[in-house]
Design a binder for this molecule. Structure first.
Ligand code: HSO
Ligand code: ZN
Length: 429
């Protein structure tokens, strides 16, 4: 961790040097992934079965790739009653929040003889990628599947690798509760390829969402265009703005809640009170020792942890807006006063009793958020990601008469005669 002062002359350069993670050398990965994609395209299930054997040490035939109802039932039987209730609460709250995002089809009749509008249609089929192994989170299933369900997606297909055949009961239960229709035990670039192009067993989808490792992210980029994809998530980030109020123990825990995700995660505190910053630093050290994921969290905190002292809240906010953090906590006495000044952030957690983890699990908003400064132009995953819109246009003869001459004019100046005639013939008849 580094302790910086925002008023030091070389502050920004120092900060950039800390959070700079270096470019991934993507070339080699891209070649491997391209090979897998074209193989799955060509040989379908056969290739899928082979890669699943090779990468996940799982022996099965094509039919065995799909999780059965009996397996779902077994998963439900394995899950603790209170855990089930918590997952249900999360699904309910996330669904209720996303319901508010739904856009209606509209048709405007404000002009005589002309009706214009927009038709909203859910995607027919969506694929949700869920990572296996250490980042196998039921919450990510909920955050991807529920907005798709709320949007009215026709069929939600989930893929999750099951190394050694191990399925995660909580993930399967979350899938069922969220409205996932079918689950396949496949992962990696091969799963992305199967969803993008379809095989005899795995249906071809219209869009693929969900987090994954570098192979999955690269595969998603390479199939983009054939299918839609969501944004590509980078390592997690949290930035906390503090005015000296609140409890250093709580803030330290919040910083560590990001750090424990990933050795590459970054946790930043910017406070107007140096002594508060020092207390948080000491608290982080104390709490680190008690964490089960100490090794990951410590590596992240040591490499990408920063505590910054700012002269005032305005300086802190200007800095945060430049960073455009994925998660922003306003750990200040009056968060509503400064919230309007925040221009770039994936999610804004306001006040002393809104830890970032609340949004990770069940506050309601989505936890799939723009990372790496992309909150400058990207938004959280939402119902909008699972619908598309068609424009609606209706003219009566009178309507076409009113604007027809101008259509013909523009057609003429573009040298597109047939365009003009498609209007003038109607006006003349
Ligand atoms: N904080 C993560 C999401 C997550 N947290 C899942 C816990 N489980 C996204 O940045
Ligand atoms: Zn988290």
């Amino acid at each position: 961790m580094q302790f910086l002062d925002i008023r030091e002359a070389d502050f920004q350069a120092k900060f950039d040097a800390i959070v700079e993670r270096g470019e991934e050398s993507g070339r080699e990965v891209e070649e491997v992934v391209l090979g897998i994609i074209s193989d799955v395209r060509k040989r379908g299930d056969e290739a899928l079965i082979e890669y699943t054997r090779r990468f996940d040490r799982l022996e099965c035939d094509a039919a065995g790739l799909e999780i059965t109802e009996a397996e779902f039932a077994k998963a439900f039987a394995q899950v603790d009653e209170k855990d089930l209730a918590a997952l249900k609460l999360a699904v309910e709250r996330v669904a209720r929040y996303h319901e508010k995002q739904k856009q209606q089809t509209w048709l405007s009749t404000e002009e005589a003889d002309i009706m214009l509008g927009q038709k909203v249609t859910p995607l027919a089929k969506v694929g949700i990628y869920v990572p296996g192994g250490k980042a196998c989170y039921p919450s990510s299933v909920i955050m991807n599947a529920v907005p798709a369900k709320v949007a009215g997606v026709g069929e939600i297909i989930m893929v999750v690798p099951t190394p050694g055949g191990e399925t995660n009961a909580h993930v399967l239960v979350a899938a069922k509760l969220s409205g996932v229709d079918r689950v396949f035990r496949i992962g990696g670039a091969q799963a992305v390829a199967a969803l993008a192009y379809g095989t005899a067993t795995v249906p071809r989808v219209d869009k693929i969402t969900g987090p994954g490792n570098i192979y999955v992210a690269t595969a998603k980029k390479l199939v983009f265009g054939q299918v839609g994809i969501d944004m590509i998530a980078g390592p997690s980030e949290i930035l906390v703005i503090n005015d000296g109020s609140g409890n250093p123990t709580h803030i330290a825990a919040d910083l560590l809640s990001q750090a424990e995700h990933d050795e590459l995660a970054s946790s930043v505190l910017i406070t107007t009170d140096r002594s508060f910053g020092e207390k948080v630093a000491a608290e982080v050290e104390r709490q680190l020792k008690e964490l089960s994921r100490e090794a990951i969290a410590r590596k992240s905190w040591e490499s990408f942890g920063v505590i910054i002292v700012a002269g005032n809240l305005e300086e802190a906010i200007a800095f945060s807006n430049r960073i455009a953090p994925e998660h922003l906590e306003l750990a200040v006495d009056n968060p509503f006063e400064i919230m309007p000044l925040i221009t770039n952030a994936g999610a804004i957690f306001m006040g002393h009793y809104t830890p970032e983890a609340s949004g990770d699990y069940l506050a309601g908003p989505n936890h799939t958020l723009p990372t790496g400064g992309t909150a400058r132009f990207f938004s959280p995953l939402s119902v909008d990601d699972f619908v598309k819109k068609s424009s609606l246009i209706y003219f009566t003869k009178g309507g076409l008469q009113r604007v027809g001459k101008d259509i013909v004019r523009i057609a003429t100046l573009e040298g597109l005669e047939a365009h003009g005639k498609s209007v003038s013939f109607r006006l003349d008849s």
